[in-house]
Design a protein around this ligand. Structure first.
Ligand code: SF4
Ligand code: SF4
Length: 316
């Protein structure tokens, strides 16, 4: 018995450690320009930011918005979404996305997380589709109007929201672009302040206080999302992320899935897989044979948590 428990612990440890290492390496790869890497000709449906100067791999949804703004059909980002959806589905959320990695880390801050009632959860998961549709509507209609030569006033009216309406408010953009930019600006200004004998702390505070209202809105959204992520695991991915929404919509075409063995699964009295799932997937209500679920990010925590090894990933 002791031996089985220790073997199980090792197995759980191995999957989670492998995932954390992969997430960490992907996080480095996506920001590898700081280590002298060149940008890679690669688009992925993971949340980053279009305005991050140090990104190595393109964020497909940001590029899609930008191509629409430039009145170009976004076939490349669409192809990236379709290809990933068919081959890996939301496994990119569980293993690659840098913002997903940040949320996983936030989830470690509190040991006991808040529970969301199943009714609220069912209502809330629809919100991300709303975010996706609003962004596609704004970017798509701007593109069509510009293509027909009558979109200039709409473009002016959109202002900062014209080129990538989602990225302007995205918490990922605040973390990967807006805040690093402030840090860099401050770093470059410090020698000048030292030379002129200025009050450095005062200059930093004044610089922050003089930021536009848009900056404060971005900051408030980021703090809200980070705070929520501490109490509800992967809350951004579950309820708000348009990347997640697009991949969730395409999940029915995925080769990747999970399978639950009816002989090994004790089901009654054991809800280990459901309890551990960060995305609230109702695993026990899904079919025994290979299943995919729009919310599953293939973190494999359910596979690790099952003491009878009843759950397995399936491909194709
Ligand atoms: S749902 Fe969005 S933020 Fe979450 S892991 Fe997927 S792409 Fe990243
Ligand atoms: S169903 Fe399993 S693999 Fe999918 S998100 Fe939940 S724990 Fe992770």
């Amino acid at each position: 018995m002791k031996e089985t428990t220790s073997r199980l612990k090792n197995f759980v440890f191995r999957i989670e450690i492998a995932r954390k290492i992969t997430q960490f390496l992907c996080f480095l790869l996506l920001n590898a320009i700081v280590f002298g890497f060149q940008p890679l000709p690669l688009l992925l449906p993971v949340l980053h930011s279009i305005w991050t100067p140090q990104k190595t791999v393109g964020d497909a949804f940001s590029v899609l918005q930008l191509m629409l703004y430039e009145v170009t059909f976004p076939w490349l980002p669409i192809a990236a979404f379709l290809l990933i959806a068919v081959v890996l589905n939301r496994a990119t959320c569980g293993w690659v996305c840098p913002f997903g990695f940040i949320q996983d880390l936030l989830g470690y801050i509190k040991r006991k997380h808040s529970r969301v009632s199943s009714r609220t959860h069912k209502d809330m998961i629809k919100v991300k589709y709303g975010v996706l549709l609003i962004v596609l509507f704004v970017s798509g209609s701007l593109s069509i109007l510009l293509a027909t030569g009558v979109g200039q006033s709409f473009r002016r009216a959109l202002g900062a929201f014209g080129s990538a309406p989602f990225d302007v408010l995205s918490p990922s953009n605040t973390i990967f672009a807006t805040l690093p930019e402030i840090v860099l600006e401050t770093r470059y200004a410090i020698p000048y302040w030292v030379e002129t004998g200025a009050d450095i702390l005062g200059a930093i505070v004044n610089g922050i206080l003089s930021k536009s209202i848009l900056f404060w809105i971005q900051l408030a959204i980021m703090i809200g999302v980070v705070g929520l992520g501490i109490y509800i695991p992967r809350s951004w991915c579950r309820y708000l992320c348009p990347h997640g929404a697009a991949l969730a919509f395409l999940n029915r075409f995925s080769f990747l899935g999970l399978e639950r063995d009816p002989v090994r699964c004790t089901k009654v009295g054991c809800r280990s897989c459901v309890e551990v799932c960060p995305m609230n997937v109702p695993i026990l209500e899904l079919p025994w044979e290979k299943f995919t679920h729009p919310e599953c990010i293939y973190c494999l925590k359910c596979v690790s948590a099952c003491t009878t090894k009843a759950i397995r990933p399936q491909f194709p």
